[in-house]
Design a protein around this ligand. Structure first.
Ligand SMILES: Nc1ncnc2c1ncn2[C@@H]1O[C@H](COP(=O)(O)OP(=O)(O)OP(=O)(O)O)[C@@H](O)[C@H]1O
Ligand SMILES: [Mg+2]
Length: 681
């Protein structure tokens, strides 16, 4: 054998060994994930005999019966109704209150807006002494305290913004118990950093006046959660120092791993756990393609708000950065939408102003940022994607906390991914968390709701057409993009060999001109989509490089690239041929404009939906159904009477969803509608 041949074979073997090692690593990773999911499902099976009839299950049923009658029942009822103005409990609230009142540690997992606050605020009033509430954000604390004080409940906060005078009042209340104080809100920093505060708290406890400890947004304790706060880690000190005081940990979002983690972190191994479903049946989830031109995105947001919410209902727009918040707010104002921005680091007075307007006037239409505690937020728009499914669930969950129908709209563009990834790659599972939400955004078929169930390891529930993928159908084609993928990998490899770096957008630019040799060409956005998909599939990989000003994300070859190059892995991708849109029928209309019939059907569905505040117009009749009916519009009364040739055929008519209560009526009326284009009536 020639030396050259030996070297070549050796090199090939090296490649193959590398390849096999990668595959083994992948399989081990997969095995770990499967183990984890298996144990999640086993726990789920053991702990929750599932009953999803009323949409409020699943619920963890504990051995104790927390719904039986207790001594404090009538007193609790009285406070619930007369202090909080709440006429009946929501699922699990009464049971949780009973467990806390019985002195147990409690872990509460309840959807955003589910009513967690009552679960500790009511016992705080009922029990003797002062309740300590730990909450991560100043803005959330301000909201809560303002709300409580407005209801006549003595609540205070001790934060960096507290005046000397207030501080004196609080310390006196803790130490001597003479002042009127029932709930004291603090940030976790106070617990971990202020010795003075802890010594006063100790005195309060010693005198038997520390009634309970509530840890809101408890997922912040776990580094596996989406919003880990190092100061939350030190909260274990509370249970150690005050072992007989009940701890109530509450969060809207916690995977099984996070739940177990926070039980351990907070030292509450014997806690009673109440897990309610993550489902928010009143929220309509949708994702829209985001234009690369910033101005167009704002135009679209403005149009959406004006058309969907002409009565100036309130909403929140989440943006990537503070600067973007301020900019988008001012651009929306220019388009006639009353918008203001709001973020946690704003000066307290400015934030207070936004708060006050938010509560007092309905013209406060759009608020930017986090922590707005309004129950009647009708829409939450994400100008940029969140960093994880959990964060998105939490943020979008600010919509419709009053239980009325509300919408969650996320604008997604592939190029937003590297922007986020360079921020989160150093976090624990940061990249994987981001890739999960990117997968959610990229999906053109999967029910959005089911993605949440899967993520939080909960059995699937009906979506009832309350997400874009379930409500509207668009033509989706699956194409074989293996050729394009090979081209991409080769390009990246070539550049890597020359020690050059390439960003996602640069890569797409380069490959655009080279794809002419292939069977078909992908549009720019489709090529971006493919690169993202390849990164999620680990065929390509993101790598990060720090510069003096920022961290940049570059695309490199991933562990599965060889499988694609060798033809062992076929890359399929979904391409949309018609756009999916809330008002999709406008785009798919034959004439390219809305016909009179379509317009009238649209008006009709809005009218029917308005009779019943619990449903959206598109739940009465989807845009696609409107198009379908219009397409079969008879030309004359005669034709309508004998619709032999022109009636909906079996297949098409079956596209119309099973009639709901209202839909039957709508269908009848649809046939009778005047079809002329003049809209004089
Ligand atoms: N039993 C009830 N009946 C009617 N309204 C309720 C009930 N319980 C709570 N609410 C209301 O629901 C809204 C949301 O409650 P709360 O702020 O406690 O939600 P949460 O579970 O803490 O949500 P988040 O995770 O977003 O903080 C509030 O306006 C509250 O007054
Ligand atoms: Mg809350």
């Amino acid at each position: 054998m020639e030396t050259d041949e030996i070297s070549e074979e050796l090199q090939n073997i090296e490649f193959e060994i590398h390849d096999v090692e990668e595959q083994i690593r992948e399989l081990i990773e997969k095995q770990e994930k499967l183990y984890e999911r298996r144990s999640e499902l086993q726990v789920l099976l053991e702990t929750c005999p599932i009953d999803v009839k009323d949409g409020s299950a699943p619920t963890n049923v504990q051995a104790e019966d927390w719904s039986r009658s207790f001594d404090w029942d009538s007193q609790a009822e009285d406070i619930r109704f007369n202090v909080f103005g709440i006429s009946s409990y929501r699922p699990n609230q009464r049971e949780i209150i009973n467990a806390v009142m019985s002195g147990r540690d409690v872990l509460v997992i309840m959807a955003a807006g589910g009513g967690k606050s009552l679960c500790y605020q009511l016992p705080a009033i009922l029990r003797q002494g002062i309740a300590l509430v730990v909450s991560p954000l100043l803005s959330l604390i301000q909201d809560q305290v303002m709300g409580l004080v407005a209801s006549g409940i003595p609540a205070r906060m001790l934060t960096s913004t507290t005046s000397k005078e207030d501080e004196k009042f609080i310390y006196k209340a803790l130490e001597k118990g003479e002042e009127d104080l029932k709930l004291l809100y603090v940030t976790p920093e106070k617990v971990s950093k202020s010795k003075r505060f802890m010594s006063k708290l100790e005195k309060c406890h010693h005198a038997g006046r520390l009634s309970l400890i509530s840890i809101d947004e408890a997922h912040c304790c776990s580094q596996w959660g989406h919003d880990f706060r190092p100061d939350y880690k030190n909260l274990s000190i509370l249970k150690t120092q005050f072992p007989n005081v009940p701890v109530v940990a509450l969060t809207a979002t916690a995977t099984m791993k996070v739940q177990n983690d926070l039980i351990e972190m907070l030292h509450i191994p014997k806690c009673v756990k109440f897990v309610s479903t993550v489902n928010r049946p009143n929220l309509f989830y949708m994702v829209r393609e985001k234009s690369s031109v910033g101005k167009i995105v704002v135009d679209e947001i403005a149009k959406y708000i004006k058309e969907s919410y002409p009565n100036k209902e309130s909403g929140i727009v989440y943006c990537f950065s503070r600067k973007e918040c301020e900019q988008v707010a001012s651009e929306l104002c220019e388009r006639g939408i009353s918008a203001d921005y709001y973020h946690a680091d704003m000066d307290v007075n400015a934030r207070e102003k936004v708060h006050m307007r938010c509560y007092t006037f309905t013209f406060m239409q759009v608020a930017f940022g986090m922590g707005i505690n309004k129950p009647d937020v009708r829409f939450v728009i994400h100008h940029s994607l969140s960093k994880s499914m959990e964060t998105y669930y939490q943020e979008s969950g600010r919509a419709g906390r009053d239980g009325l129908p509300s919408e969650c709209l996320l604008f997604f563009r592939s190029a937003d991914m590297p922007r986020q990834s360079s921020m989160v790659f150093h976090e624990n599972s940061g990249l994987q968390n981001l890739y999960d939400i990117v997968q959610y955004c990229q999906s053109k078929r999967q029910c959005r709701r089911s993605a949440f169930f899967r993520h939080f390891a909960e059995p699937l529930q009906e979506c009832n057409g309350m997400c874009d993928n379930c409500a509207f159908s668009s033509e989706i084609k699956e194409v074989d993009a293996s050729g394009h993928s090979i081209l991409l990998i080769s390009l990246v490899r070539e550049m890597q060999e020359k020690d050059q770096r390439v960003t996602m957008l640069q890569l797409v630019d380069r490959v655009k001109n080279k794809q002419k040799q292939l069977d078909f060409e992908l549009k720019r956005e489709e090529m971006e989509q493919l690169v993202v998909q390849l990164i999620l599939d680990r065929v390509l990989k993101e790598e990060f490089q720090h510069t003096a000003y920022a961290t940049n994300s570059y695309v490199t070859v991933g562990p599965r690239a060889n499988q694609v190059l060798q033809g062992k892995k076929i890359i399929k991708m979904d391409v949309t041929s018609t756009s999916k849109d809330v008002d999709g029928y406008r785009k798919s209309s034959k004439q390219g404009v809305t016909s009179g019939l379509e317009f009238k059907l649209d008006e009709l569905r809005k009218e029917l939906a308005s009779h019943d505040k619990g449903i959206f117009p598109h739940s009465v009749l989807s845009g696609q159904q409107i198009s379908s009916i219009s397409a079969h519009l008879p030309n004359s009364i005669e034709e309508a009477k004998h619709p032999n040739n022109e009636v909906l055929n079996e297949e098409e008519s079956s596209e119309i969803r099973p009639p709901r209560k209202k839909l039957k009526k709508a269908n009848k009326q649809v046939i009778m509608v005047d079809s002329s284009n003049d809209e004089s009536d």
